[in-house]
Structures are given as structure tokens and as C-alpha cells.
Write a protein that binds this ligand. Structure first.
Ligand code: ZN
Ligand code: ZN
Length: 327
């Protein structure tokens, strides 16, 4: 997701959100504590032997006609209208907790203070779900963008004192390359700085484990290559007792538009062409093999199935349940 600098110059959008967005890192911590999440912020389900809990970091308005790229004239507005939405669209930021037989794994970690007070609520949601940060054994990052890695640091400190951070080698290599940072455009540079801010302290503490795409990280949890949105963007596939759920990170940012037209990309894509190609493959595979998808920017809890109709896709959210199978 993009840094919120833009909100400063767009008073109409700031009004929409009911808040004034300040630039990155300038938001006083006190401002964050005045906003609490309006929803319980978690949703639990069982996938085979694993308990999966979606955690909400909150929502943030996004100006999709401006942010989306490779679009046809009028396409974004038309698809939003078709989905009873209008820009700016309130977009979810989700993280996912996976309880295995002996480990507690967090997949992505939300934003902390990086995007202002409507986001940064992942730890609150974790508490509502009945867990403490100290219990988390590992944080698996789909990529290092600050809306996914921001939450591993809270108030400048390591937020998960007992956790190892898992992130793909290509992702670390890209964001921690001095020459990439030096070459980066002014728009991309802050992402290098946020990578240092968020992942740097864990690297220094020797608490980052990199892996090659395709490796099994824990029993039943495998990394899957999905480069494009970022060079090391990773899916995590969970498989247990014949059931499968794939955590897809930033496979899409605007479901209403990108399900109907997977070729549409977003300014946040480091390599938009590769991101669109990865999305098409991911959508096709999910339909072919009928597995669950969880994605960080699909409307919370962001867990469901895809259905194909020609070149378009539709989203079938998980059927709401008030009990956990197996309990
Ligand atoms: Zn994201
Ligand atoms: Zn991203």
C-alpha cells in the first residue's frame, strides 16, 4: 500500500475518513490511541488440524481510479458502481494467525503507526482473539511493504519478542540492497527506509530466517513463489487433512476491479506486468484446485473461494460460522 502523504493534499478524502492523515512517521503515537477498532477484529475457522484466525488491522480509504493502472477508461468507476462501491473505497488490511499442533504463526502483521489511526489495530485484534504477542513463535511475511511488516515493530521496539521472522531471500535481497535503494525513485525510496525500520531490528538480533521459494517452513506450511508485486512476494500454502488454504498477501488490492479484470495493476506493484501475470496464475490455480484463499486486502476476514466465468472471477466469502469444527 502507498504511504499516506497523499491524504494531506486531498481534504475531501480526509473528510471522508473523518480524520486528517499525516505523513509517514510523523503521526503522534497518542493520536493512534484515541481510535479503537469498532469491530471485534477477528474471525476464526478450522482448516484440517489448523486453527486459522483472521485479524483485522483496520481499514483505510483508497482512491482507486487514481491508484489502479493498466485500466480501460471508465472501467474502475463502472466496476465499483457494479459492486455498490464508490471511490475512495474503504480497504481492509488483514493479517492471519495460524495455530498448528505446537506453533503459533502470524502471517503478515499489519501497519502499526505507518498509516494513521484507522489502521494499526492488529495487536488489539490479537488480544480480542485471546492471544499475546509473546506467544507468537514465527511471523511469516508475504513481503516487506509497511502494511505487512509495520506491525512487527510497535513504538520502535520488537513487538514479538519470541518470534523468528520468515521472509523469502529475494525479498530481503531486494529491500536491503544499498544499490537498489540508491537507484530507487523518490516514490519507492520510503519503502526501503520502512524495510530497515521494520525488519532491520530483527535482522540485527539474528531473528530473521530467509528461505528459497517452495521450501516447507513448518509441517503443513509451504512457501510458494509469487514475485511481481514485490520481487520476493510469497504465498504460504497451508495443507491439512485434505484441506488447503493459500495466504496470498497482495495478490489483489481492489477485489471489485481486479476479479473482473485481473490485468489491472496498482501503483504499489514493483513490477506491474509480473504482478498481473502472477495474479492470473494464482486465480486459475485456486479455481482449478478449489482451495481456500486468504488475502490481506480483501474485505475482512478476506477468506473465501474464487469462481471463474470466462476471463472474470467472482468471490465467494467463507460462510459465517459461530463454532469451530472439531471443538
Ligand atoms: Zn498490502
Ligand atoms: Zn504490498
Amino acid at each position: 500500500m502507498k504511504f499516506p502523504n497523499k491524504w494531506i493534499v486531498r481534504p475531501a478524502m480526509a473528510l471522508f475518513a473523518g480524520i486528517i492523515f499525516l505523513s509517514l512517521f510523523s503521526l503522534p503515537v497518542a493520536a493512534q490511541s484515541t481510535h479503537t477498532i469498532s469491530q471485534p477484529g477477528y474471525y476464526r475457522m478450522q482448516v484440517g488440524d489448523f486453527e486459522v484466525t483472521a485479524l483485522s488491522d483496520g481499514t483505510i480509504p483508497q482512491d482507486l481510479p487514481k491508484l489502479l493502472t493498466n485500466t480501460q477508461p471508465g472501467e474502475v468507476e463502472r466496476l465499483l458502481n457494479f459492486n455498490y462501491q464508490a471511490s475512495p473505497v474503504e480497504t481492509s488490511v488483514n493479517a492471519y494467525l495460524v495455530k498448528t499442533k505446537d506453533k503459533l504463526l502470524l502471517i503478515d502483521a499489519g501497519t502499526a503507526e505507518a498509516y494513521g489511526p484507522t489502521l494499526g489495530h492488529m495487536l488489539e485484534s490479537l488480544a480480542h482473539a485471546g492471544y499475546k504477542p509473546e506467544q507468537v513463535d514465527a511471523v511469516l511475511l508475504t513481503h516487506i511493504h509497511p502494511d505487512h511488516s509495520g506491525g512487527i515493530i510497535q513504538d520502535g521496539k520488537i513487538a514479538f519478542p519470541n518470534a523468528t521472522i520468515y521472509v523469502s531471500k529475494p525479498e530481503v535481497d531486494f529491500w536491503f540492497s544499498a544499490s537498489n535503494k540508491q537507484k530507487a525513485s523518490a516514490g519507492l525510496k520510503p519503502y526501503f527506509e520502512s524495510a530497515e525500520k521494520n525488519v532491520g531490528p530483527y535482522l540485527k538480533a539474528g531473528k530473521v530466517k530467509t528461505f528459497e521459494f517452495g521450501s516447507q517452513l513448518f509441517p503443513g506450511i509451504t512457501s510458494v513463489a509469487s514475485p511481481g508485486h514485490t520481487p520476493g512476494h510469497t504465498f504460504y500454502a497451508l495443507e491439512s487433512k485434505g484441506q488447503k488454504l493459500v495466504f496470498m498477501g497482495d495478490i489483489m488490492h481492489a477485489a471489485a476491479v481486479q476479479l473482473a479484470d485481473p490485468a489491472v495493476t496498482i501503483q504499489y506493484d514493483v513490477d506491474p506486468k509480473a504482478a498481473a501475470a502472477a495474479r492470473k496464475v494464482a486465480f486459475a490455480n485456486a479455481v482449478k484446485d478449489n482451495y481456500w484463499i486468504a488475502a490481506d486486502h480483501i474485505s475482512f476476514p478476506g477468506i473465501g473461494h474464487l469462481r471463474a466465468a470466462g476471463t472474470k472471477y467472482s468471490w465467494i466469502p467463507a460462510n459465517y460460522s459461530t463454532y469451530i469444527t472439531g471443538e
